[in-house]
Design a binder for this molecule. Structure first.
Ligand code: MN
Length: 440
């Protein structure tokens, strides 16, 4: 687990020249998986690996090169557009695939000529969800987010007592998860103000949440929990996730069973899954502040203590309709660190999710929860940045926001950079709020 190998060598270069450009999200050390077809076609979806400003079409690559027998089996599944079959393989098998893809795309590879014909510019690819997502659970691991939001509702008791013991989560809805570029109408629903009865109409408090999505690799059978020592091997990789939220609907509906219509109208993810192996150089020690409870034994392992955390920077950007019309680029709303934000590790989420016997399947998605930093201005949602809507945010063009307006596009980005390692990125996820469809 988490072993650095030749695929992580920061000196490694690719024969795909754009992958060697400084600041590129998809250098050869990354090799994320996604699903695509050529734009303006209705071809079946294919699996690709992003490299520089291109992708390697694995349907074409499967036959273009003589892979090892072990890898050829996986390439044959990928050539059919099936990512979960590879997600379900153990870490060693997935690592063998990564090693051969890395060698084939490395500068000096004898396969350059054959694979050059399997490249497609990302600009000529239409992406979709990387796999069918069977189930989706959103956690709440951002302790600064949980504290800030709690303060708005309970100034004297912001963090509920279970938070430091239980990784809190709720079951989200897989059907409304879309890929970057998703647009959705402002949701309608019930809101409760000062009046005695609730109002019905378009939400006035649409928000984004800056999160990571974690794709499950190998699943577990019903009744067979995954021990935390084995949990890392059940993680496939991560993407960016925007958990759009209607705060006014949420405030009225969330008790006693948690989020429902305030969350399930849309969730948007980035198209490329960065594998856990690609993230190995950026793992960090997982520690708890002095005086905080230590995780119960089923949520604790030596590996988790030594390497459970992730050193990654996340950002949220906003481009309003007026900015688009004027040709003004998006403005950054916040920047935060996953390591500083997350109170629980991915392995702890998976171990906790299965400890009661709940079965996870390859391609299931876990959300991290909003990953806000500790400082003001590091909030991963407008709820935090606007202090619950009480403080307007002024944009460089003079517009103001408390929550999102129709036509606003939110873009999330994430990257890992550490001395002695290559910089890799998650790419980006964008989504746009449209006007509400008229109430029935
Ligand atoms: Mn969330």
């Amino acid at each position: 687990m988490n072993v650095l190998n030749a695929t992580h060598d920061p000196a490694l270069q690719s024969w795909v020249a754009s992958a060697n450009v400084a600041g590129c999200d998809f250098p050869i050390q990354n090799l994320p998986f996604g699903r695509f077809r050529r734009i303006n076609t209705t071809e079946p979806w294919r699996i690709g690996v992003a490299i520089g400003d291109h992708l390697l079409d694995l349907k074409l690559a499967a036959d273009a090169v003589t892979w090892s027998p072990e890898v050829q089996v996986m390439m044959a599944s990928l050539a059919l557009g099936d990512l979960p079959i590879v997600m379900a393989r153990n870490a060693a098998a997935r690592s063998a695939l990564r090693a051969e893809l890395s060698a084939a795309l490395a500068a000096g590879s004898p396969h350059q000529e054959a694979l050059d014909r399997a490249l497609l510019p990302l600009a000529e690819a239409q992406v979709t969800l990387p796999c069918t997502i069977g189930d989706y659970t959103d956690f709440y691991t951002g302790i600064h987010h949980a504290t800030a939001v709690g303060k708005l509702f309970r100034p004297d008791n912001p963090l509920l007592p279970n938070y430091q013991w239980v990784p809190i989560g709720y079951h989200g809805r897989a059907s409304s998860i879309g890929v970057s570029g998703q647009q959705f109408p402002r949701p309608l629903g019930q809101t409760k103000g000062e009046a005695a009865t609730p109002a019905f109409g378009p939400s006035q408090r649409i928000d984004y949440e800056l999160e990571l999505g974690i794709f499950v690799g190998p699943g577990n059978a019903l009744g067979e929990p995954v021990a935390i020592a084995d949990a890392e091997d059940h993680l496939f990789g991560v993407c960016l996730l925007n958990d759009w939220s209607a705060r006014d609907l949420q405030a009225w509906e969330y008790q006693p069973l948690g989020p429902f219509l305030a969350k399930n109208f849309a969730t948007t993810i980035s198209p490329w899954i960065v594998t856990m192996e690609a993230l190995a150089p950026y793992r960090a020690a997982f520690t708890r502040p002095a005086g905080d409870p230590q995780p119960l034994p089923y949520l604790d392992s030596s590996f988790n203590r030594e390497h459970g955390a992730l050193d990654m920077t996340l950002e949220a950007w906003l481009q309003t309709a007026a900015m688009k019309a004027a040709g003004v680029a998006a403005v950054r709303l916040s920047q935060s660190s996953v390591r500083e934000a997350a109170y629980w590790t991915f392995a702890q989420l998976l171990a906790h999710h299965t400890v009661n016997g709940c079965n996870l399947q390859p391609g299931d998605l876990l959300g991290s929860g909003t990953l806000s930093g500790p400082a003001a201005g590091q909030g991963g949602s407008l709820l935090e940045l606007s202090m619950g809507g009480k403080q307007q945010i002024t944009l460089p063009n003079g517009e103001t926001r408390t929550f999102l307006q129709d036509g606003d596009t939110v873009t999330l980005r994430g990257y890992c950079a550490r001395a002695g390692a290559a910089r890799i990125g998650l790419g980006e996820v964008s989504g746009t709020v449209l006007s509400a469809t008229a109430p029935a």
